[in-house]
Design a protein. Structure first.
Length: 128
């Protein structure tokens, strides 16, 4: 569910250790493609690209819009604004989102295996 943070559309708002509100929105496919172009030779450098992707998801800091970087220097400038506390908060948020998604998938799988007529994986293996 998208929120408005001072006119900036964000997926969610997180708070870093400094108490700053970071508006987060996932990259769309064109933004991902743009980031690969911006990265140039760094597009195969996993740590650089991963950090740049986190930087680009921060769309607002305390309500101030953060423009999508168009050059490597702009990615670095955005990282400087976000800082270690901001990146740490974004990483923590990503881990929490991944854990929540894994829990949803596990719950769906459990429901599916308990549905009437569903194949029980343990019984299916025992028959072989």
């Amino acid at each position: 569910m998208a929120d408005e943070l001072m006119g900036v559309t964000v997926d969610r708002t997180i708070t870093d250790a400094k108490g700053r509100r970071l508006g987060i929105r996932e990259l769309d496919v064109m933004e991902e493609l743009d980031l690969y172009e911006i990265a140039g030779p760094n597009s195969t450098n996993g740590p650089w690209l991963g950090t740049a992707m986190m930087v680009c998801t921060v769309r607002a800091i305390n309500g101030s819009s953060q423009p999508f970087p168009r050059t490597q220097d702009q990615v670095k400038a955005a990282l400087t604004r976000i800082g270690r506390d901001g990146i740490t908060a974004v990483r923590k948020n990503e881990r929490e989102e991944a854990a929540a998604e894994a829990a949803r998938v596990a719950a769906d799988l459990l429901v599916a295996t308990q549905a009437p007529g569903a194949i029980n994986p343990e019984n299916a293996l025992a028959k072989n």
